[in-house]
Design a protein around this ligand. Structure first.
Ligand SMILES: Nc1nc2c(c(=O)[nH]1)N[C@H]1C(S)=C(S)[C@@H](COP(=O)(O)OP(=O)(O)OC[C@H]3O[C@@H](n4cnc5c(N)ncnc54)[C@H](O)[C@@H]3O)O[C@H]1N2
Ligand code: MOO
Length: 402
C-alpha cells in the first residue's frame, strides 16, 4: 500500500494552471481571478452628499441653532445622477439629494431634518444647525483611488468581490478557464435516478455526486455517462469523450477499479494503487491521449472521500488555487472503530460548543463505504492516523470541514 501523500503527488505531477480568459463581470461569479485587479477609477467619481438636505457655504451658517436659525435663499436643486453644478452665492443654498454631486461652491451639507421647517417647499430655508466642516460630504476617491489593489489574483469571485470590481470601474475580468470534467460511472448494475430497481441494480448516485462536487469546485461537467462492464464498453465511452468537440481537462471514472472479475477500469492503461486509506483504498490514475483520468472506487462514500483527497486538489491546481486543505482539532463525542494500517476518513457531523469543535460520526450505521443514505448528513471528515485502532469519547481528532 502507498500513502495518500504519495498518490496525491502522483496525481498532481504535471498538473498546471489552465489558460486565462476575459469574461464580463456578469459571467464571473464563482470564477477564479487570474490577475491582480486594480481600480480603474477614483471612486466615488465626485464629492457627493451622504444626506438629503441643503448644500451651502458653511461660513453663512456659523452659529446657527434651533433658536437662531439662518435663512438662505434656495437657488436650485441637484438630484442623484444630475451632472448640474449650480452656482451658490453667499446667502444661498441648493436642495441636494443623497448621492448627488456636491456643487463646487458648497463646503457642507445640512440634512433636511436640521432645518427649522423640515419642508422642501420652504424658501428661504432656515438652517437650524451649524454643520461641521465638510459635513455629510463624501470626498471623491473616498472609497478607491485609481490604481489601488482591489482584489488579489487567485481568489474565487464572490458576490461581494464582484461588487467591489464593479465599484472599481471594471466591466470585464481576467479569470482562469473552468476545468472541464467528463464523468463516467461504470458497472452493469447502474440504474437511472428514480428508476424502479430490478434485482441486482443500484441507482447511479456517483456520477451526480462527482459532477456536483466538481461544479462546487469551479469546474464544468461537460459529459456524464455510464458504461457497463462488457469488454470494450468503457473504452468506447472514453473514446467518445476524447473525440467530442469539447475535450475535457480530466475524466473521472467511478467503480470497477478493484479486484473483481469484470472490473472494467482495470482493463485501461492506468496506474493502479492500493492507498492506505479507508474508504477509498483502490485508486487508479493515468493519462489517456494526454488527458488525466481518475479511477475512483465505486462505493459512494469512497467516491466522496477520493474526490476530496485527489480530484479536489487537482481541480485547485488547474485553477491556480492552493490545493492544501486546512484541518482543525476537534473532540470526539462518540466512540468509533478504525482500521489499523489505513488512515481513516470518517464522515462526521460537527458542532461548536464554547468555541470547541465537537464531532461524531455522521452515520449511525457504522462506517461502511456503501452508506450513501447517510452521506447527506456529513459536514466534513475526521482524519484518523493509520496506527489508531479506535477513537474514544473525549479523544482529540483532526477534522477537515466542508
Ligand atoms: N477481493 C477484493 N475485493 C474488494 C477489494 C479488494 O481489495 N479485494 N476492495 C474493496 C474496496 S475497499 C472497495 S472501495 C471496492 C471498490 O470496488 P470497485 O471500485 O471495483 O467498485 P464496484 O465494485 O464497481 O462497486 C463497489 C460498490 O459501489 C456500488 N456502486 C458502483 N458504482 C456506483 C454508482 N455509480 N452509484 C452508486 N453506487 C455505485 C456498487 O454497486 C458496489 O456495491 O471493492 C471492494 N472489493
Ligand atoms: O476502500 Mo473501500 O473504499 O474501503 O470501501
Amino acid at each position: 500500500m502507498i500513502t495518500v501523500e504519495a498518490q496525491l503527488a502522483r496525481v498532481l505531477a504535471g498538473a498546471a494552471e489552465l489558460p486565462h480568459e476575459t469574461v464580463p463581470v456578469d459571467a464571473a461569479h464563482g470564477r477564479v481571478l487570474a490577475v491582480d485587479l486594480r481600480s480603474a477609477i477614483d471612486s466615488p467619481r465626485d464629492a457627493n452628499s451622504a444626506m438629503d438636505g441643503y448644500a451651502l457655504r458653511r461660513a453663512d451658517v456659523l452659529g446657527a441653532s434651533p433658536d437662531a436659525p439662518v435663512a438662505l435663499r434656495v437657488v436650485g436643486e441637484v438630484a442623484a445622477g444630475s451632472g448640474h453644478d449650480p452656482v451658490i452665492a453667499p446667502g444661498e443654498a441648493v436642495r441636494i439629494m443623497t448621492g448627488a454631486p456636491v456643487p463646487a461652491d458648497a463646503d457642507a451639507v445640512v440634512p433636511i431634518e436640521r432645518t427649522a421647517d423640515a419642508d422642501w417647499a420652504a424658501d428661504p430655508v432656515r438652517i437650524a444647525d451649524e454643520p461641521a466642516p465638510a459635513a455629510h460630504i463624501r470626498p471623491a476617491g473616498d472609497d478607491l483611488a485609481a490604481g489601488e489593489l482591489v482584489l488579489p489574483r487567485g481568489i474565487r469571485l464572490t458576490a461581494r468581490a464582484l461588487a467591489s470590481a464593479v465599484g472599481a470601474g471594471v466591466g470585464e475580468l481576467e479569470v482562469v478557464a473552468r476545468p472541464r470534467v467528463a464523468i463516467i460511472a461504470t458497472g452493469d448494475e447502474l440504474a437511472e435516478p428514480g428508476a424502479p430497481l430490478a434485482r441486482g441494480q443500484v441507482h447511479d448516485s456517483n456520477s451526480l455526486l462527482v459532477a456536483a462536487l466538481a461544479v462546487e469546485q469551479g469546474a464544468v461537467a461537460v459529459h456524464r455517462g455510464r458504461a457497463g462492464d462488457a469488454p470494450g464498453a468503457l473504452d468506447a465511452e472514453v473514446r467518445r469523450v476524447l473525440e467530442a468537440s469539447v475535450r475535457p481537462d480530466l475524466i473521472v471514472l467511478t467503480g470497477g477499479v478493484s479486484a473483481g472479475a469484470h472490473d472494467p477500469v482495470t482493463r485501461l492503461a492506468l496506474e493502479f494503487a492500493k492507498v492506505a486509506m479507508q474508504p477509498g483504498k483502490p485508486q487508479a490514475f493515468g493519462r489517456i491521449d494526454g488527458v488525466p483520468v481518475f479511477g475512483l472506487p465505486g462505493n459512494p462514500v469512497s467516491v466522496a472521500v477520493s474526490f476530496e483527497l485527489f480530484v479536489r486538489p487537482f481541480l485547485a491546481v488547474l485553477q491556480g488555487l492552493d490545493p492544501t486543505r486546512p484541518t482543525e482539532r476537534a473532540i470526539a463525542d462518540e466512540a468509533w472503530r478504525t482500521p489499523v494500517g489505513r488512515r481513516q476518513y470518517q464522515p462526521i457531523v460537527a458542532q461548536r460548543v464554547d468555541g470547541v469543535l465537537h464531532v461524531r460520526p455522521a452515520s449511525d450505521r457504522g462506517s461502511g463505504s456503501h452508506l450513501v443514505g447517510r452521506l447527506a448528513r456529513a459536514e466534513g471528515f475526521a482524519v484518523v492516523p493509520a496506527e489508531v485502532a479506535a477513537i474514544g469519547v473525549g479523544d482529540e481528532v483532526e477534522v477537515m470541514l466542508g
